[in-house]
Design a protein around this ligand. Structure first.
Ligand code: TYM
Length: 331
């Protein structure tokens, strides 16, 4: 049995990228492993949400986790800030996290480029907090999308450095995990990059999007005037639509449009109509469960309470042992 940890930031609704990159794996892992899945609300503070937005964001991610099929009886489903032990581990790991390596982190460099007005120390040390989340339960598997690969590398660096420094083998080496052969990157609908909640209007399909919104987003997805010669490689924006179609459409639907592309008869309007229909079919059950859960406050509260108790148990034990190792002992 493996120990599994993963989290999602509480900064918005869950989208297709979160589902295929992370949650789909959570669902398969929760049956046979010791799983800790959490809402990363401390992490979301780097973008300064108001208290209301912070609370609503946490609630929404819990609801959407449940709507996806996470079972709070099988896994530990908790809110990061309910387990403040993680902040002590974060502090201890920060003592051996070097500014240079944190500055070189791709996600930090991207944040600087996009938001030069808000380069806070929380952003710089984001990978140490993430390492603390993972090491807090001494995990060895971390189901995440491709964009988190470097953070996992840093987690291993910090864990190994701690082990060397204190001459111990306390922390295992956690690896980024996916049931497929590779970590997943779901592209956005805007022609480039990845699907993400902060990538701009129309780039992401959210699990609670209504039918008209889904159709509109897909019909507006970036395409071009179509191939002029047979069997040519696809431009990025077109490849993205095929990649998304592969996730939600049947294999023969995809094959039909692959053939149409290769013999230059493809009509992107038709392809998008089909994709919108398949996407709506895929998203509808998630949306319905999300809407059902919205009004069930008592249940949501009980899930959060149960998760907190289970997560605290493991976190308290780790931090107690780490304190011992570091030298916080009775005088
Ligand atoms: P976040 O909230 O950005 O994303 C949550 C999960 O969804 C995956 N993901 C994607 N996968 C494939 N294609 C996409 N377009 C896509 N967009 C998002 C992410 O890879 C991630 O697995 N730092 C994390 C949250 C976190 C965490 C942790 C994760 C905090 N502590 C400890 C694992 C372990 C984040 O910002 O994810």
């Amino acid at each position: 049995m493996e120990t599994v940890v993963s989290g999602i930031r509480s900064t918005g609704n869950l989208h297709l990228g979160n589902y295929f990159g992370a949650i789909k794996n959570f669902l398969r892992m929760q049956d046979e492993n010791k799983c800790y899945f959490f809402v990363a609300d401390y992490h979301s503070l780097t973008t300064h949400p108001t208290p209301e937005n912070l609370m609503n964001g946490v609630r929404q991610v819990i609801i959407e986790y449940l709507a996806c099929g996470l079972d709070p009886e099988k896994c530990t489903l908790y809110v990061q800030s309910d387990v403040p032990q993680v902040t002590e581990l974060y502090l201890l790991l920060n003592m051996n996290a070097y500014v240079g390596e944190l500055e070189r982190c791709t996600s930090f460099k991207e944040k600087i480029r996009k938001h030069p007005e808000n380069i806070n120390a929380g952003l710089l040390t984001y990978p140490t907090l993430m390492a603390a989340d993972i090491l807090l339960h001494r995990a060895n598997k971390v189901p995440v999308g491709k964009d988190q690969e470097q953070h996992l590398e840093m987690t291993r660096t910090f864990g190994n450095r701690f082990n060397r420094m204190y001459n111990t083998e306390y922390f295992a080496e956690p690896t980024a995990f996916n049931f497929g052969t590779q970590l997943v990157k779901v592209p956005g609908l805007d022609g480039s990059g990845k699907m993400g909640k902060s990538e701009g209007e129309g780039n992401a399909i959210f699990l609670n999007d209504i039918e008209q919104v889904i159709t509109k987003k897909i019909m507006r997805a970036v395409t071009d005037s179509g191939p002029t010669e047979p069997n040519q490689p696809k431009p990025e924006a077109i490849q993205n639509i095929f990649t998304i179609m592969k996730l939600v459409s049947k294999a023969d639907t995809l094959e039909h449009f692959e053939n149409a592309y290769n013999n230059c008869t493809i009509r992107y309007g038709d392809m998008k109509k089909q994709l919108a229909q398949d996407m709506n079919h895929f998203v509808a059950p998630f949306r319905e469960r999300i809407w059902e859960l919205q009004s069930n406050n008592a249940y949501i509260r009980s899930v959060i309470k149960m998760g907190k108790e289970k997560a605290l148990e493991s976190a308290t034990k780790t931090v107690k042992e780490v304190r011992e190792i570091v030298g916080f002992r009775e005088i």
